[in-house]
Ligand binder design. Structure first.
Ligand SMILES: C[S@@+](CC[C@H](N)C(=O)[O-])C[C@H]1O[C@@H](n2cnc3c(N)ncnc32)[C@H](O)[C@@H]1O
Length: 390
């Protein structure tokens, strides 16, 4: 980690995203930027002028950095509209102009053109001299039918999460979760009452799980028999584990709305005969008798108080020689960069949850009579925390 002294610039080592040269994501902006911290003047009058000389290059001026961070909201929405309308799927056979696209989509051609031009300038599409737009390796990921599709990740960020982000100020002023403030209920209650939003959320979880990769592929399950995936959703993680470990049995435990497509997925993966689906709330109980309890992207959804309730139910259910595997970010102390700090903002506004440092994880686990045995850094946004009952 680069160190910085007060007032000195430092380089952010942000994970590189798969983008074309020229596309400016938050990651690449932060990656190439230098931030002046701790009391140094952030914007001089000459760099303010720089805001009006934007030529497309990121540069390394603090004003450029600040400007590009500030306008990210428009890109979020433009990408969302592209994903929601399904533009990328229409370009699979070759480039089309905005009139042809607009006719197929039933939208306004000129507005569509201007939006596509703006994102094409950042590498999301190609735009040729006859104004036809074509796919790039970035927009390929917005297709619906590719195994590495990120379409529902982009849709999710542009809908409910975007609305919640717009009320961050309310959360900061009052401490109330922005989502609850807007919808009058928590995210999971909302999803249980809204089929379309629930379908989008489940696809978002599946696509973001795929994107995070196979973090548990290395784990030694040879002496284990039954893995309970608490809040296991559509079963992507447990299916992966069962495929790699033919001797294991599994249980997916989740709310009825969370396991909608799980049976179908387990069958497709050839593991349905070794995996049971159990419906229920982890605030009430979790299925007993497992020797591994998985909590993947669960505890970060909740405050310490609620996370302790989930852990206490796991503690009651787990075998004495069992293992708890928690997949969540372990964020570094201080101002070291980490994607988990962005996800922490998401938790703040969406569910009232929190990303934790190693010290905070240790304390939370101790409260529920677990000992933290170790943390495996995966290099992606979620790490693996191993704990055992004490
Ligand atoms: C962020 S998703 C994580 C899904 C999955 N573990 C993964 O990593 O892809 C949170 C999951 O918790 C489930 N969930 C929320 N509240 C729950 C509750 N009270 N009891 C059981 N599951 C719950 C949701 O339905 C959802 O599947």
């Amino acid at each position: 980690m680069p160190q910085s002294r007060p007032g000195q610039p430092f380089e952010m080592n942000w994970p590189k995203l798969p983008v074309l040269s020229g596309i400016r994501t938050l990651g690449s902006v932060l990656n190439s930027m230098r931030i002046v911290r701790n009391g140094a003047s952030l914007i001089s009058s000459s760099s303010v002028l720089g805001l009006f000389r934007m030529s497309g290059s990121t540069g390394d001026k603090p004003a450029d950095t600040l400007y590009h961070m500030s306008i990210g909201f428009r890109n979020t929405q433009a990408l969302y509209v592209v994903a929601k309308l399904g533009v990328a799927d229409l370009l699979v056979k070759g480039p089309l102009d905005s009139s042809e696209l607009a006719k197929k989509l039933g939208v306004q051609a000129r507005a569509l053109f201007r939006m596509l031009r703006a994102v094409a300038a950042q590498g999301v599409f190609t735009q040729d001299s006859s104004n036809k737009f074509g796919l790039t390796s970035v927009s390929q990921l917005l297709r619906n039918d590719t195994p590495d599709s990120m379409r529902y990740i982009v849709i999710t960020y542009g809908e409910r999460q975007y609305e919640a982000a717009g009320k961050l100020i309310h959360t900061v002023k009052t401490g109330e979760t922005a989502f609850d403030h807007i919808y009058g209920k928590g995210l999971f209650d909302y999803l249980s009452e809204n089929d379309e939003a629930n379908m989008i959320f489940n696809l978002f979880m599946a696509q973001s799980h795929r994107r995070a990769g196979d973090q548990l592929g290395f784990y030694d399950f040879r002496k284990k028999r039954l893995v309970v995936d608490v809040g296991g959703g559509q079963g992507h993680l447990i299916a992966q584990i069962l495929r790699l470990n033919p001797h294991l049995k599994g249980i997916i435990y989740d709310l009825p709305q969370g396991v909608g497509q799980a049976q179908k997925y387990l069958e497709e993966q050839g593991v349905s005969d070794r995996c049971q689906i159990v419906r229920g709330s982890f605030f009430e109980s979790v299925p007993p008798g497992g020797d591994v309890y998985l909590l993947s992207r669960i505890l970060h959804d909740w405050s310490d108080e609620k996370a302790s309730l989930i852990l206490a139910n796991c503690r009651r259910a787990i075998r004495g020689d069992g293992t708890m595997l928690i997949m969540d970010a372990v964020i570094p102390e201080g101002d070291a960069p980490h994607l988990g700090k962005q996800i922490d903002l998401q938790m703040l506004i969406l569910t009232g949850g929190v990303e934790r440092t190693e010290k905070e994880w240790r304390r939370l686990l101790e409260l529920s009579r677990f000992a933290l045995n170790g943390v495996t850094k995966t290099g992606v946004q979620f790490d693996i925390i191993e704990a055992s009952p004490v």
